[in-house]
Design a binder for this molecule. Sequence first.
Ligand code: AHR
Length: 501
Amino acid sequence: MKARVTVVLDEKVGAVNPDIFGHFAEHLGRCVYEGIWVGEDSPIPNVRGIRTDAVQALRRLDPPVLRWPGGCFADDYRWRDGIGPRATRPRRFNIHWGNAPEPNQFGTHEFVDLCRQIGAEPYISLNLGSGSPREAREWVEYCNGTGDSTLTAERRANGSVEPFGVRYWGVGNELWGCGGHLQPGAYAAEVKRYLTFLNHFGIFKIACGPRGTNPFELRRDWTLDFFREYAKVQHPSQRPVEGFALHFYTRTPEAGGDLEFSPSEYYWSIQDTLRMEGLIQEVRAGMDAYDPGRATALVIDEWGTWHPQARSDTGLEQQNTMRDALVAALNLDIFVRNANVVAMANIAQTVNVLQAMILTKGERMIVTPSYHVFEMYRHHQAAESVRILVGSPTAGSGAPADPPVVAGSASLKNGRLFLTLTNVHIDQPVDVEVVLLGVDRPSVRRAAGRQLAGADVHAHNSFDRPRTIQPVDAALSWKGGDRSLLRLPAHSVSALELELA
Ligand code: AHR
């Protein structure tokens, strides 16, 4: 098979916000408890109760931002439960996730400690569904207060003299569902009410956007009705909300699973993932109707694969194969290509839940193929996205879903072009001619590359075989000049770094 990728170096799309490589960890199943928090007395090596192997692995991804505590959990969470001496913190039921016991051992201080250990900005989802503006505003003051107030003194007494400086705050989560089953107009009115009290803190607030898997009409209504209501200004002190968050999960047909799926089910998931790009354009277009100056940024604070065995009673656990790696790469390429529109994205979820970066079993930990994609793609962070044009055949699978086999994205930083490419064909390699176009007659001085592939799309890392999938150096023979031929193995992800002359 043959394809062509043209990189239009002079056509700048926009700066790639590092936050599009963000993560999300919820109190759900074994994500926080066991996956991150093991407690100070655990035999598992830890720093202040946070497991060291997970921190070391996550640090290698340069994670820009981590969202917490939910998800659905957020709109039932009382932040005061998670501060103060751990021995006396209340125990609750986690009503959204099987009434699991919630011991509140991991709270705000532990979360900020985790963020600092892995080098990520904290992003906290406030409780709008069952909370109040007062609780929200007090949580922000507790975290960020610098002056002389009782809440600030309480934070200091609980061990943090310095403010946490949390910039990102979600104003509830999935208010169309587990957050309260609100109508968009009613939710917009609530956001305005909350922001009246939150705007004084100089923080970045993110409102709940539509559910990407909903039918078109419901998605459109959520966006338009939200902004229509939001745009009704009664007083000049009202300000735009800084972010609006779409959620979109790649689904697997019911018959398929995380490890067992047919070629047509595989292509179905790939095709489903490609819907992300249209959703981004659609939601932005809806926002633009009321916010043409783009004062509100588009965020995608939940995305990833959701296979049928990820159910509430299984703690949303699933394995992670080369198919998941391709879904991760396709999405990240979409975000980079739409760098002028997407301000942040958070894959669900960091450990042991849905499309996890790492999996744990007691004291053992492995990284997934999706982890490797994040590690390979991290050089796009803070680079300048440039346009690419892809001429690609479709998979020719005979299945109803027949996606193009090659996709990718490109960015420029310090005279280096970073080009990431996927070949989703289930069993055929593709020979890609890469062409660089630019008024300055670009030429490549040095090229290096890495590739991630597996024996087949079902290949994955397990506790018995933790290194089945890992990136290898790509055999690249760029002979200088503005073009070269590259072979992309079947179902593979490639990352090329080209030093331009
Ligand atoms: O990520 C799992 C769940 O998916 C989140 O709690 C919720 O926001 C979404 O529906």
